[in-house]
Design a binder for this molecule. Structure first.
Ligand code: BDR
Ligand code: CA
Length: 317
């Protein structure tokens, strides 16, 4: 089994990624889950994460991470609703958080796994950056980081910047430049994962707690533009049910679902209008070493089949 730490800013689509991760215990050894502020504030992303893990019957440690970006003010997304899980209520966990913070947790398990630890990050990269800043040997201890974040083209905050990078570009730069093998599952690819109604309907009739919780969350995502809790925010058009984070999760166990290309990618910190942009050197004109395996395509039908099979098999795997 591959040892993992997973970092979430849970968040509706983070929650689906987390549920899929919990359904993959046959191949993933999840040492800990760390939380970060992003989709909503840290107390909410953390409570959502712990409640989901506990509700689905797992005792994986959940460690509290950064309350905000390294240098910027925290900006939270509105599309996940005030709690981060839309109108979905998960029963409160009967246990507490891990006794180390996220950065210390990452380092602790990185040491314990002696170079074999993999990381999945589905939110702003603040915790990973803090671990790298705090521990000088950290970058030698991680086998690979897979992130949902950035884009080879476009953005969802500005035309140039994707949410997870835009929230904490300083952290993203530290992580991208750390010399750790990094797979970037970017927005231009995850935007192809709007869940079709036919897939949702199959999950909705699947009878186990994983599929049942997923159904409630995805139902909110599909209908969030019509729900009063969110229409508080006025006339902003909210995202449909994109499975951004679940695609990055899928790439861990089914790398064949995405096609990647290796580029040098730099995180823009100084651009007057392009802060948080992930700038890929497509033609190698900057003469820098390629440092990122960036997703360029997804087998979206294969992704839905993968998710449906996971949900159907449930915890009995
Ligand atoms: C990313 O931003 C968050 O809202 C989602 O959870 C995802 O990680 C997409 O840009
Ligand atoms: Ca996320």
């Amino acid at each position: 089994k591959i040892p993992y730490i997973m970092d979430f800013d849970t968040g509706t689509d983070d929650a689906i990624a987390l549920i899929c991760a919990l359904l993959n215990q046959d191949t993933l050894d999840i040492k800990a889950i760390t939380t970060v502020a992003g989709c909503v504030e840290l107390d909410k992303t953390s409570t959502n994460t712990l409640n989901i893990v506990d509700y689905l019957g797992f005792d994986i440690p959940v460690a509290l991470g950064a309350e905000g970006p390294l240098k910027k003010e925290l900006f939270v997304a509105i599309s996940h609703g005030p709690s981060g899980l839309g109108n979905v209520i998960v029963p409160p966990a009967k246990r507490g958080f891990y006794d180390k913070d996220a950065a210390d947790t990452i380092y602790h398990f990185a040491k314990e796994c002696a170079g074999d630890l993999h990381l999945l990050a589905c939110g702003p990269l603040t915790n990973l950056a803090l671990a790298l800043l705090r521990y000088p040997d950290m970058n030698t201890l991680i086998k690979r980081i897979t992130i949902m974040g950035g884009a080879l083209v476009g953005g969802n905050m500005t035309q140039a910047s994707e949410f997870n990078i835009w929230v904490d570009p300083d952290a993203a730069k530290i992580v991208f430049d750390a010399g750790i093998p990094l797979t970037m599952v970017g927005l231009d690819v995850t935007l192809k994962t709007e869940m079709p109604k036919s897939v949702f309907e199959k999950i909705a009739v699947t009878d186990n707690p994983f599929a049942e919780l997923s159904t409630r969350i995805i139902d909110f995502m599909i209908n969030r533009n019509q729900l009063s809790a969110v229409s508080l925010y006025g006339s902003v058009e909210l995202d449909p049910a994109y499975m951004h984070d679940a695609l990055a999760m899928a790439a861990l166990v089914r790398p064949d679902l995405i096609t990647t290309k290796k580029y040098n990618i730099a995180v823009e910190l100084d651009g007057e209008n392009t802060r948080g942009m992930t700038v890929a050197d497509f033609n190698n004109v900057m003469n820098r070493e390629p440092n990122i395996d960036a997703a360029v395509e997804v087998d979206v039908e294969g992704f839905w089949e993968w998710m449906l099979e996971l949900m159907a098999n449930g915890p009995g795997r």
